[in-house]
Design a protein around this ligand. Structure first.
Ligand SMILES: *[C@@H]1O[C@H](CO)[C@@H](O)[C@H](O)[C@H]1NC(C)=O
Ligand SMILES: *[C@@H]1O[C@H](CO)[C@@H](O)[C@H](O)[C@H]1NC(C)=O
Ligand SMILES: *[C@@H]1O[C@H](CO)[C@@H](O)[C@H](O)[C@H]1NC(C)=O
Ligand SMILES: *[C@@H]1O[C@H](CO)[C@@H](O)[C@H](O)[C@H]1NC(C)=O
Ligand SMILES: *[C@@H]1O[C@H](CO)[C@@H](O)[C@H](O)[C@H]1NC(C)=O
Ligand SMILES: *[C@@H]1O[C@H](CO)[C@@H](O)[C@H](O)[C@H]1NC(C)=O
Ligand SMILES: *[C@@H]1O[C@H](CO)[C@@H](O)[C@H](O)[C@H]1NC(C)=O
Ligand SMILES: *[C@@H]1O[C@H](CO)[C@@H](O)[C@H](O)[C@H]1NC(C)=O
Ligand SMILES: *[C@@H]1O[C@H](CO)[C@@H](O)[C@H](O)[C@H]1NC(C)=O
Ligand SMILES: *[C@@H]1O[C@H](CO)[C@@H](O)[C@H](O)[C@H]1NC(C)=O
Length: 683
């Protein structure tokens, strides 16, 4: 909300800039160029070679003054500088500005057009500072009342009361009796087309976000607004200032949720509330920067089946690799942009884990029930989960531990499973399970990396490796339900099918039929036949309830016989498998995957009954994708050697998420797991 401060006195001085002579271009500040107002009354402008958005409709601070300033409603870039020094010298100012330049990608010297200087203590501006400020040729200078200056090089410039603003770049407008400070966002073009649109906090006092709503013909890409990092330097919340993108199935108040379908967007209003999972991120200090592409309705789809949306690009390798589905925009954006910290996706059947694998990033399917999915478009109510992509293991863990709070756990009524308990423990596993139907990795060069990773784990945690046959172990169970993978898979597909049908598909088909003379809605081919042939006498509310009971039988068996707790370990074992490509490239263009050196995704291993991706959707366990290396391939797109990421999945018993983060943190401490880079190669 805009803060309205009443100042007893405000002096604004126009510094003497009458004697401007020719200066080297490199020293000159670039002019502020107004571009356009967006549909919400906010301003886009160009400064230097960057584009910006400013919250001018709802400024961050509006300060009244009883002194007539020069009436000038045009916008002026300004830098709010905060120091703790009692003597503000040239050195203090220069080092503060240098730290802003080094620590932020939004601030530039062009914002030194005007300065507001404040200090946490009574301070004096000394002669060297006065001289330095004069040399900046700033238009205006605001000083907080706690700062005194005896220098006469420029007129005394004092604000009698503090402007409660974080340090950093803003734009300011001076009107007859008010000064308005507006937050600025740098607009980055989404060159890999991973977003549907950028968005920002409208600051309207009602928690609405606005779409950026601006298209610059100079780029074809959506523009994504990111705030200055300096704004959050004094904010100690765990996610303060972290830039977070969200998959377009989470509601955020003020924004359209599409689920990747224009037909769905057509029949649904703009969200009038925010999903609790996303509100949690905002409460922790995170900044939501936009909505991202997904496979339509979050169902699996191949890249060539995307019709409504243009399929996003993967920055890795030759630039022609798959982003997988359905959190495809999210995974590839984290591999692409240093200006983005996190992307929120969801996982029903693989949709966090596989996009993380093909983009070489960190991404998880948490334990079933760890995060509320209220106000999130569902696929399979009791199988959907929420996850976050990151490049850095420490940042990923920090986010996850702060985000997955017990108050947002789902109820047993929703999951059909036992109440979730998630101890924050270092009771690490003793065994590495190596399932022989799923490993070794397809590309033998990648298996070398996996073996080195396993050797690292056994060394660090003193673990033993057990090769076993997951399929045979399950089929050997004495319980007739738990041992029958057909029964368990069928239950999973009923759970997946019914929620989407009742909450999304049926309402959309019904509404479209009524609106357009009996027509079926235009949807992507991946879902069309399933929706056309949906059989409510087979899949219905009762079948769903029965499926939840079946699932629970499987989960209970799994937690007693396959991955179980002991007094020493939250999960006695960690199971490894690969949800990705085994070190082979998989492409966005269908035919390229027919080559012997390439692969399709989601290939069922020859001797397995279910894909590795399906293990945790069936058994409720936690399954994290972590990048461990990369291997070369010769690209038939660039005709050059390229690298494809190698990742591995770590699976533990449901509820052992925090233990697994602690284990991954230890692996990062030991230099085994590393931060991945953005761009063509992860390492
Ligand atoms: C300020 O103006 C002086 C004299 O015109 C010029 O030499 C100097 O480069 C300018 N400084 C900036 C930061 O623009
Ligand atoms: C000023 O001091 C406070 C409290 O010690 C600290 O949190 C803050 O980061 C300091 N600010 C600057 C600009 O050094
Ligand atoms: C939000 O919209 C829904 C219908 O889409 C409506 O039922 C609900 O009352 C609205 N809530 C608020 C707070 O306006
Ligand atoms: C490797 O991938 C190819 C192509 O998908 C597949 O035919 C083959 O079975 C895979 N081999 C292994 C060992 O997974
Ligand atoms: C194994 O650990 C060492 C550090 O101890 C690290 O340099 C190496 O990259 C790790 N390799 C794998 C594949 O984990
Ligand atoms: C695993 O066990 C299943 C069921 O007994 C069997 O069909 C399959 O061949 C086994 N796979 C391997 C790699 O041993
Ligand atoms: C199957 O179960 C029997 C007895 O419960 C056990 O001895 C045998 O090792 C099990 N086999 C597998 C493949 O798990
Ligand atoms: C598993 O269950 C299916 C029905 O869900 C049944 O047709 C099949 O015979 C069962 N398999 C075994 C080995 O019991
Ligand atoms: C729908 O399912 C029921 C029950 O399984 C079956 O009898 C019926 O033939 C199915 N209808 C169609 C059109 O497939
Ligand atoms: C490139 O094309 C050649 C010839 O068709 C094929 O043998 C090879 O497997 C392809 N490589 C990849 C990585 O797809």
């Amino acid at each position: 909300m805009a803060r309205r401060l009443v100042l007893s006195t405000l002096f604004v001085a126009l510094l003497d800039t009458s004697s401007v002579s020719a200066v080297p271009v490199s020293h000159k500040r670039n002019p502020f160029t107004f571009v356009q107002l967006n549909p919400y009354g906010d301003t886009t402008f160009e400064l230097g070679n960057n584009f910006y958005l400013a919250n001018t409709k709802h400024p961050k601070a509006v300060i009244s003054t009883d002194i007539n300033t020069r009436s000038d409603s045009s916008l002026i870039p300004i830098t709010v500088i905060q120091t703790n020094s009692s003597t503000i010298s040239k050195g203090v100012l220069e080092s503060t500005i240098a730290s802003y330049l080094a620590g932020d990608d939004v601030f530039t010297r062009d914002f030194l057009e005007t300065l507001y200087i404040s200090s946490s203590v009574e301070a004096t501006l000394d002669a060297s500072a006065a001289e330095y400020l004069t040399s900046l040729n700033s238009s205006y200078l605001f000083l907080e009342s706690s700062i005194s200056s005896k220098e006469t090089k420029f007129p005394p410039v004092t604000l009698r009361s503090k402007v409660e603003l974080p340090a950093g770049p803003y734009v300011v407008s001076l009107e007859k009796d008010t000064v308005k400070f507006s937050s600025v966002y740098r607009l980055y073009p989404d060159t890999f087309r991973t977003f549907l649109y950028g968005a920002y906090d409208s600051n309207d006092g009602e928690s609405n976000h606005n779409p950026v709503g601006v298209f610059l013909p100079k780029f074809w890409d959506p523009l994504i607004p990111v705030p200055s990092r300096i704004y959050s330097w004094a904010d100690d919340r765990p996610l303060a200032g972290e830039r977070v993108a969200i998959k377009d199935l989470y509601d955020l108040k003020g924004l359209q949720t599409s689920g990747g379908s224009q037909a769905w967007a057509y029949i649904t209003p703009v969200a009038n509330g925010t999903a609790p999972s996303i509100q949690r991120i905002i409460d922790l200090g995170g900044v939501i920067v936009g909505k991202q592409k997904l496979a339509q309705f979050a169902s699996g789809a191949n890249p060539w089946e995307f019709q409504d949306e243009h399929y996003p690009f993967n920055p890795r390798g030759d630039g022609w690799l798959t982003c997988s589905a359905s959190s495809s925009g999210a995974g590839c954006s984290i591999a692409a942009y240093d200006w983005l910290d996190y992307a929120i996706g969801s996982d029903t059947g693989s949709s966090m884990r596989r996009p993380a694998a093909v983009s070489g990033t960190y991404g998880q399917r948490p334990s079933q029930g760890l995060m509320s999915l209220e106000r999130v478009m569902p696929l399979g109510g009791a199988t959907d989960t929420a996850g976050v992509f990151s490049r850095d293991p420490y940042k990923w863990i920090k986010f996850s531990k702060a985000w997955y709070t017990p108050t947002l756990h789902q109820s047993s009524k929703l999951t059909g499973l036992s109440t979730l308990e998630v101890p924050d423990t270092t009771a690490f596993p003793k065994t590495i399970l190596y399932p022989v139907e799923y490993l070794p990795l397809n590309n033998s060069a990648a298996e070398v990396i996996l073996q080195e990773f396993i050797a690292n784990m056994t060394r660090i945690f003193g673990m033993k490796v057990t090769k076993f046959n997951l399929t045979a172990t399950i089929q050997n169970a004495s319980d007739p339900i738990a041992s029958n993978l057909t029964t368990l898979s069928n239950a999973a597909s009923v759970i997946n099918g019914w929620t989407q049908w009742s909450v999304v598909a049926k309402p959309l088909i019904t509404a479209w039929k009524a609106l357009f003379d009996g027509r079926f809605p235009p949807i992507d081919p991946a879902r069309r036949s399933g929706w056309v042939n949906f059989n409510e006498s087979r899949i219905n509310e009762e079948a769903y309830a029965r499926a939840l009971v079946t699932k629970n039988v499987g989960v209970q068996w799994y937690e007693q016989n396959l991955q179980y707790s002991t007094p020493e370990s939250c999960s006695e074992s960690v199971m490894l498998y690969d949800i990705g490509t085994g070190g082979l490239p998989s492409f966005r263009e269908k035919e390229l995957n027919d080559s012997p050196g390439a692969t399709y995704l989601a290939v069922l291993p020859k001797t397995a009954k279910i894909t590795g991706a399906n293990i945790c959707p069936i058994f409720g366990c936690a399954d994290f994708t972590v990048p461990i290396g990369q291997v070369p391939y010769f690209s038939n797109v660039t005709f050059h050697e390229e690298m494809v990421p190698v990742t591995i999945n770590m699976v533990v018993k449901r509820g052992c998420d925090l233990m697994l983060y602690n284990m991954i943190e230890k692996l990062a401490d030991e230099g085994v797991l590393k931060t991945v880079k953005t761009g063509r190669t992860a390492f």
